[in-house]
Write a protein that binds this ligand. Sequence first.
Ligand SMILES: Nc1ncnc2c1ncn2[C@@H]1O[C@H](COP(=O)(O)OP(=O)(O)OP(=O)(O)O)[C@@H](O)[C@H]1O
Ligand SMILES: [Mg+2]
Length: 139
Amino acid sequence: MTFNTSQGEFGRVYLDEKLLYSIMSNLLLNAIKYSPSGTQVTLKLEGDSEQIVFEVEDQGVGISEDEQANIFNPFYRGQNVEGISGSGLGLAVVSKCVEIQKGRIEVNSHVGEGTRFRVYIPRTDKNAIPAGIPRGIID
Ligand SMILES: Nc1ncnc2c1ncn2[C@@H]1O[C@H](COP(=O)(O)OP(=O)(O)OP(=O)(O)O)[C@@H](O)[C@H]1O
Ligand SMILES: [Mg+2]
């Protein structure tokens, strides 16, 4: 697994720790699970004054264009994941966690080549996070 960050100061972003954990663990576990052993999984962190971006990229089985529209629906599983266990819930959870933080998620994938997910989280003021959600600070 490769971790990359761009150089320099990111500043501070208000994020809920548990939501971030759900997002990153699901994306990384998928990347590992749907890739042959020995291939690269890359986690990259980027950002600017408006938002931060988490990118998880693999060289795995990929997701067809038709299926990309469905993968965020609960219980949906791709055609090419036979023999790899799962319930089809991970990305539905990720999508909800991203939505709560007013972010968005993007997928880019080619069958047999690999998949890249990008999560964009705006640098909102801490007061913009809905009440009841614990706040964590990521520097
Ligand atoms: N990195 C990836 N590479 C290839 N296919 C993926 C990848 N991530 C998700 N998918 C496809 O999207 C489907 C939905 O993913 P999701 O994480 O929601 O469910 P799951 O991994 O099948 O099960 P769960 O996460 O609940 O254990 C997967 O079944 C798979 O077809
Ligand atoms: Mg999953």
